[in-house]
Design a protein around this ligand. Structure first.
Ligand code: ADQ
Length: 495
């Protein structure tokens, strides 16, 4: 509703991401119901006042018939969304294959899929071909809807080929690309068979953004080492044309979380949770059920803590909320069973007739339930093995003004530990190496025993950081910097 209230003559921003921010359910031959799924990106752009955003992306459903496609496009138009229709084969090869089975693990330092290495190598070419084809389909839709003066913002590893496709259509188009995952060390990137083509495609953009300075540096190193181009403090230069490369750390719409805590439904949820876990400290994990989130390692660390601290066994509970994701990929199915097995074993070992130490839920929570949970938590455990940024840590802090709980945070999001901790959540959190289960276990003990003055001090730092590094500011900074890149500098587009 905030968007409706704004003046009309704002610059148009075409946001291109693999998925549209809506879930679409088919109700009949030509009828669809839609629900906006408010992720970080949606809230970020809703908060930006200068732009009128349009979304371009895949709706997450296969719509083979023209009647259905027309009806869906019409319904989506009301939400300012424009669909890209991908058939099942493309989705399988591009999305499940190249994006999720190759780029995702590689960018998070998990290497190429272990069990399937040879099969992956064999299917690599066809998956990369599908990836390029899908990116071209996105480009076709962008090009069809582009108007002069629009800014095009491409998102994430799914669309690394898009900037090049767009510039081939129109070299004057202002194109930015932002990566939500880490960009790995150039030593990792160079193992990718399509390494050069991907780098060159991304370099076709005017502005390339990452969450941290280190990811930006890795990208520039990959361009210098693999492509032999020149890295400058501004970005990467190729025969007189500069692609600006910079860090734009994302944040959250903190006010949305703070306001939610005053909603009666949230207050009611909080009351119920407090009653349910009275007399016990609440520890919380909220993650997509993905190997990068380090859920098994986190739970094993909690087990170690219980092992070593018998006095805490009936005084603490770990709530692990893990929303299933990419459920048709075998490695994710295996992870689910692994987590269930570990949780079952620990609950069998330390549970009593009336209470278990771990509540594990395989599902998504609605926004109000999530806020209530964040607010009643004493210690949050965000222990990703690798993560682009991680918004859960921000959301937890935003909901902790009353409680001033402790954040245990994986140090992988704080790349240059001794330098950047003060400009991140690093200074307020207890930083841990998520692979070191003994260290995580002792940080749990430290967090549970932390004196109130120290909790207050750490929370003050974190809360200030979350309030001043918002999603809106992130989006505004990126787009205004993109606007500033000089179009005339785009002399050559490498083909
Ligand atoms: P994600 O890997 O999805 O994002 P994260 O940044 O933690 O990771 O964001 C997850 C979002 O999903 C949060 O807003 C959280 O509230 C929500 N969520 C997670 N589990 C949930 C559950 N069980 N129920 C309800 N909501 C749940 C990618 C990158 C990150 C990067 C973001 C943004 O992997 O590193 O920070 O994009 O750039």
């Amino acid at each position: 509703e905030r968007q409706e209230a704004r003046p009309y003559n704002r610059q148009r921003l075409l946001v291109v991401a693999n998925r549209l921010p809506v879930s679409a359910v088919r109700r009949g031959e030509d009828s669809w119901s839609l629900e906006i799924s408010a992720g970080g990106l949606v809230s970020a752009l809703l908060g930006v006042k200068e732009f009128e955003a349009r979304w371009i992306g895949w709706a997450g459903v296969n719509v083979p018939d023209e009647v259905g496609q027309k009806a869906l496009s019409k319904a989506l138009a009301e939400k300012r969304c424009i669909p890209v229709f991908l058939d099942e084969e493309i989705v399988h090869q591009y999305y499940n294959g190249y994006c999720n089975n190759i780029l995702w693990p590689l960018f998070h330092y998990l290497g190429l899929p272990q069990e399937d290495r040879l099969a992956t190598t064999r299917s690599f070419q066809s998956q990369f071909a599908a990836y390029k084809k899908a990116n071209q389909m996105f480009a076709d839709v962008v090009n069809e809807h582009y108007e002069e003066g629009d800014v095009v913002w491409c998102h994430d590893y799914h669309l690394m080929f898009l900037p090049k496709c767009l510039k081939e259509y129109n070299s004057k188009m202002k194109v930015g690309w932002f990566l939500h995952t880490p960009f790995p060390s150039s030593e990792i990137h160079r193992t990718l068979p399509s390494r050069s083509e991907l780098l060159r495609s991304v370099l076709a953009a005017d502005l390339v953004g990452f969450h941290t300075y280190d990811y930006a540096r890795h990208f520039v190193s990959a361009c210098t080492r693999i492509l032999g181009l020149e890295g400058t403090p501004e970005g990467v230069e190729d025969q007189g044309r500069l692609t600006r490369v910079a860090a734009f750390p994302i944040g959250i719409d903190s006010e949305r979380f703070i306001r939610a805590l005053e909603v009666p439904e949230v207050i009611q949820h909080m009351k119920e949770l407090k009653e349910r876990f009275a007399g016990r400290k609440v520890m919380l994990g909220v993650d997509r059920l993905d190997m990068i989130k380090g859920i098994p390692q986190k739970i094993l660390a909690f087990e170690k803590f219980l092992e070593e601290n018998a006095n805490w066994r009936d005084k603490v509970v770990l709530l692990q909320i893990a929303v299933p994701t990419r459920t048709d990929v075998p490695e994710y199915q295996k992870l689910t069973s692994q987590v269930h097995e570990i949780v079952g074993r620990i609950n069998g070992r330390f549970g009593t007739l009336t209470a278990v130490p771990i509540h594990h839920l395989d599902r998504s929570l609605d926004f109000y339930a999530l806020c209530a949970l964040y607010a009643v938590t004493d210690v949050a455990l965000v222990t990703s093995l690798r993560d682009g940024m991680n918004l859960v840590s921000y959301e937890f802090v935003a909901c902790q003004e009353a409680k001033k709980g402790v954040l245990i945070l994986s140090e992988v999001m704080i790349p240059t530990l001794h330098l950047s901790a003060a400009q991140s959540l690093g200074a307020g959190a207890i930083l841990v190496n998520p692979w070191n289960i003994t260290e995580v276990a002792s940080s749990i003990e430290q967090a549970l025993n932390m004196p109130p003055e120290e909790r207050e001090k750490r929370h003050r730092h974190n809360f200030h950081h979350v309030k001043t590094h918002t999603a809106q500011e992130w989006a505004e900074t990126f787009v205004s910097e993109l606007n500033d890149t000089v179009i005339e500098a785009q002399l050559r587009i490498s083909k």
